[in-house]
Design a protein around this ligand. Structure first.
Ligand code: PRX
Length: 635
């Protein structure tokens, strides 16, 4: 048997056995899977953890390089195996196929370029690029030499980019002249130039030519990608990495303050993403898998690069957007590549569901074997639409619950192997021990219940720290409920033990699958010269899942329409267009407790139109503002 398939669960019974084994002896369970990978030296100890510190280590003192597992070992067996089928933004442009051996050569060349610039193990490299194959190449080249990559989503603003570069003190930045996005181009290099005014740590900026638009050139630091790799060898010795050496930093929003740079390490992350990829999607050798995410998010890291490549999968990588040149693009791409597994987000599904069905009808989707959903709860209507129109009522749907912090999928059905239940993520991956807690932090024993979701035992893919701020890591994830990892979500559980994630229980709002902290948005809004105070909350939105509403108190007069434009621009520039509030409501006060804390719960209920369910507001410092807000919202 192919060693990779050794750990593929093939039946409900297999799943039950794996789950029991993983709970009874997690060390043995995960080490058997880890043994199928390529190691320079095996570990001395499998697991050591103490969540009161908190510390989690897997495969201790093991030595490996993740790119050997994602590239070399497939090249050794079958160099011509396809790794990436790249589909450009414009369907009339040339699509490009990369075999594992071509990819390895390109990764090595670029890795040698990084070495030439003096980049070494442990250095941080920021990557701010469009969805081109060179993005994957840059990521893997960093991993090849042990540099820690920090990919920043190409939709983020200059301010958001510089905050992330400065937090990780990156030495080198990899970008492109511009990015194609439907019929628009995004001036990536211009945004980079603006960001770099605030970043002193960047010594070199590598620029890929993608859009060929005019850019400003800074002789001191800018180097064209093609010059950077000119004449370099296409082999680069893989750096020997410790299991617990950092592999990458990826920023995610917190409910307060600056973004959190989640640090993932080499071995545990590799084992966990490979295991979950293979099992959740039931990937079989030769299948064509497509995840529509952007590599700037964790889904792209775990299920476009590392998970699929660790098992030698063939993936479609798509540069464009679902609406360009027409709303049938996804189905065209599925048909063109005969996609077997298709993984997308509920927001995309809801948007696509608004388009005429005839846009799907003309396409042969018979290759599809598995459909996936990620990033936010999928409502029943969207689930049914996906099931009927794309899955033709016969394709399993995996609703995968996980987070940037968890590294890989935590709760999901295994396609066609374990039972699915619409709108439920269903059951944990073997080795994952989710529980529901009540507000006092006690485990709820009854099966059918609703509570705070928490995880009881470490798994290999958990992020090990927040870059440069272990105290915050402890406070956010481990202090809330002693002895548990706290993800920040609430959940229901049915009598059969299926989990249905109900949404965030903190001040993070998931908008179109993007994780946004409300505090940084409020900070931007408060910078406006006419704003005294603000509160941003999420409310249910038909397409985006949640949208943002900003309640704003003014300190000087300004017309609401002007204010709305200016605030949306401000947020867009400081964080990115995804964080722009959908609605801005000017109020004379915000409901506050007597100690001055804003009652966000009330603001959320008001925004959702739940006027009847506000609870007791008599204890507020200023109950009269509630009526004022109701009147404004009712207009
Ligand atoms: O609230 C949960 C929601 O997305 C959050 C994690 O966001 P992020 O770190 O950006 O990662 C997104 C991609 C994994 C979670 O805390 N979430 C993610 N998947 C689901 C979900 N909510 C419900 N159902 C899901 N399948």
């Amino acid at each position: 048997m192919n060693p990779i398939e050794f750990y593929q669960i093939k039946s409900q019974e297999n799943y039950e056995t794996a789950r029991t084994r993983a709970i009874d002896n997690p060390e043995l369970f995960w080490s058997e899977i880890a043994s199928t990978f390529s190691w320079f030296k095996k570990w001395d100890q499998i697991l050591s953890f103490d969540w009161s510190i908190p510390k989690t280590e897997w495969f201790i003192n093991g030595k490996l390089n993740i790119t050997v597992n994602c590239l070399d070992r497939h090249v050794d067996k079958n160099p011509d195996k396809l790794a990436i089928l790249w589909e450009p933004n414009d369907p009339n442009d040339k699509s490009v196929k990369y075999t594992y051996s071509e990819l390895l050569s390109l990764v090595c060349k670029f890795a040698n370029g990084l070495k030439n610039q003096g980049i070494k193990k442990g250095d941080r490299v920021c990557i701010y690029m469009p969805m081109v194959p060179e993005l994957t190449i840059a990521v893997l080249a960093c991993a090849r030499i042990g540099a820690v990559h920090s990919v920043v989503f190409g939709g983020f603003s200059a301010a958001a980019l510089s905050t992330r570069i400065n937090d990780a003190k990156c030495n080198l930045l990899i970008t492109a002249d511009g990015a194609f996005r439907g019929d628009k181009t995004v001036p990536l290099k211009k945004i980079v130039d603006e960001a770099l005014d605030e970043c002193k740590s960047i010594k070199k900026c590598i620029v890929l030519q993608r859009t060929f638009q005019k850019i400003k050139w800074n002789e001191r630091i800018d180097i064209w990608w093609h010059d950077f790799i000119e004449g370099l060898s296409d082999y680069c010795e893989p750096e020997v990495m410790d299991s617990e050496d950092p592999l990458f930093i990826l920023y995610t929003s917190g409910s307060t303050g600056k973004p959190k740079g989640m640090v993932h390490t080499c071995a545990g992350y590799m084992v966990y993403t490979a295991y979950t990829f293979l099992n959740v999607f039931q990937y079989k050798q030769g299948d064509i898998y497509w995840c529509t995410a952007d590599i700037g998010w964790i889904t792209g890291h775990s299920y476009m690069i590392y998970g699929p490549m660790a098992v030698g999968a063939t993936s479609v990588h798509f540069e464009g957007i679902p609406s360009y040149p027409n709303w049938n693009r996804f189905w065209k791409v599925c048909e063109k590549y005969k996609v077997n597994q298709f993984y997308t987000a509920p927001t995309a599904i809801r948007t696509l569901a608004k388009q005429p069905l005839k846009l799907i009808d003309g396409h042969d989707l018979s290759s599809l074997k598995v459909l996936g959903s990620v990033g936010e709860p999928i409502n029943l209507e969207a689930w049914n639409w996906y099931n009927q129109n794309i899955g033709k009522n016969k394709t399993p749907i995996v609703d995968t619950w996980w987070q940037t912090e968890t590294g890989g999928i935590m709760i999901s059905s295994l396609a066609g192997v374990t039972d699915q239940k619409p709108t439920f993520a269903t059951k944990p991956i073997p080795g994952i021990r989710p529980v529901l807690l009540n507000n006092e932090g006690q485990e709820i024993i009854e099966k059918e219940a609703e509570g705070i979701l928490a995880i009881k035992f470490p798994w290999p893919g958990i992020a090990r720290t927040i870059y440069g701020d272990h105290t915050r890591y402890k406070e956010v994830y481990f202090n809330a409920y002693e002895g548990y990892y706290f993800p920040g979500d609430g959940s229901l559980r049915d009598l059969d033990g299926n989990f249905r994630i109900t949404g965030r229980v903190d001040d993070v709002v998931i908008v179109s699958g993007h994780n946004l902290g409300t505090a940084p948005i409020e900070n931007s809004i408060n910078e406006h010269k006419d704003v005294a105070e603000s509160a941003v909350i999420g409310y249910p939105h038909e397409v985006k899942g949640n949208a943002l509403m900003a309640y704003v108190i003014l300190k000087s007069k300004i017309e609401t329409s002007k204010l709305t434009v200016e605030l949306r621009d401000l947020v867009s520039n400081q964080i990115g267009p995804i964080a722009k509030p959908e609605k801005i409501i000017v109020v004379s006060g915000l409901p506050k407790t007597r100690s001055g804390k804003i009652m966000r719960r009330i603001l959320r209920k008001l925004a959702a139109g739940d006027f009847e369910k506000l609870g007791d507001i008599s204890t507020l410092l200023n109950p009269e503002v509630v009526d004022e807000i109701k009147n404004k919202l009712a207009k």
